[in-house]
Design a protein around this ligand. Structure first.
Ligand code: PMV
Length: 320
């Protein structure tokens, strides 16, 4: 029996991953770019070689579908694996569009690979984590991370890579939690539904490479206005594929819309703030760190809870 415990931070996509060119391998239809956050984290222990498989999430036995997904992932680490025990806990609301699957599968990839005695080099882990959840391949590094498309049909070159470290730029992500309730449709099903039924999906795919290139250049140049504009375009285009799907998928609640208007009002008052949303109702606002308190104060009348986060670091194994 061997065991390892890993911690990983979630990342928020500034340019979204949305849609797959290969569902079995989790190969994206579009390139994406993200920021890894500090403070929020998933901590996962894998015990390799026990009597029987078990999966515990946030202090309780995992529901059957979640347990099956975790155990199927362990098969990717080693198809001849022994029974394993997995214990995972996140310090933020899961399944609410806060990218919990990104930190979950990054931490699981690192803990399981270490427990199995395999390679824990980040690119190998990024390839592995991608199979659990696409966005997880970007949580293998801190700071700004890019996930280019890759070219190979087997996905062997489809991994993320670091673009700029956490201290590259003094920005903050102000997260306005409009609702902590589990989302009605998960991102995996929603992106496939949009691909199959939205007439806007093709345009989403066609315009994604320009957004990626623009955001990449803006991160390297530390140009917040340009990055913010591209980021907002990416999130609204992604949600447009959902609003035009049949039946439509609407993640926004009234507080979401109030936050989007507030971000616009902050800009009109001269504060550089731009919003992004994932597969959930929460709004994440990118700004300079020096403006974060003002942004949080503007958003706070609209939501019950606000978190101010900064660029976070790499995942890590806990010393034994
Ligand atoms: O990693 P998944 O399959 O949960 O998909 C994530 C999709 C978004 O969070 C909406 C966008 C992204 O790039 O993280």
């Amino acid at each position: 029996m061997t065991a390892a415990t890993a911690r990983a931070h979630p990342n928020i996509a500034l340019v979204k991953y949305w849609g797959k060119r290969d569902r079995a391998l989790n190969l994206p239809a579009v390139p994406s770019l993200s920021l890894t956050l500090d403070r929020f984290r998933t901590r996962t222990t894998v015990v390799w070689g026990v009597e029987a498989d078990s999966v515990e999430l946030d202090g309780a036995l995992a529901p059957a579908p979640a347990a099956a997904r975790v155990l199927a992932f362990l098969e990717l680490v080693d198809p001849r694996r022994p029974p394993c025990r997995v214990i995972s806990e996140s310090n933020f609301p899961v399944a609410a569009g806060l990218a919990s699957s990104s930190s979950a599968f990054a931490a699981l990839a690192l803990a399981a690979s270490a427990a199995a005695g395999h390679d824990t080099e980040p690119t190998a882990l990024s390839l592995l984590a991608r199979r659990g959840s696409g966005s997880a391949c970007r949580s293998l590094w801190g700071g700004f991370v890019e996930w280019p498309l890759g070219e190979r049909s087997d996905g062997a070159d489809c991994h993320a890579r670091p673009l700029a470290p956490p201290d590259h730029w003094d920005v903050a992500m102000v997260v306005a939690i409009a609702s902590g309730a589990p989302k009605p449709v998960g991102s995996r099903d929603a992106m496939e539904h949009a691909r199959r039924t939205s007439p806007y999906y093709a345009t989403w795919v066609q315009t994604a490479a320009d957004d990626f290139a623009g955001a990449r250049a803006a991160v390297l140049a530390r140009d917040l206005q340009h990055l913010g504009e591209v980021m907002e375009a990416s999130t609204h285009k992604m949600h447009a594929t959902l609003h035009t799907a049949r039946p439509p998928v609407l993640y926004q609640v009234p507080a979401t819309i109030a936050c989007l208007h507030e971000v616009r009002a902050l800009r009109q008052r001269g504060t550089g703030a731009w919003a992004t949303m994932d597969a959930g109702p929460n709004v994440k606002v990118l700004c300079h760190r020096s403006d974060a308190a003002e942004v949080a104060a503007g958003l706070s009348p609209h939501v019950a809870h606000i978190e101010v986060l900064r660029p976070g670091g790499d995942p890590a194994l806990e010393p034994r």
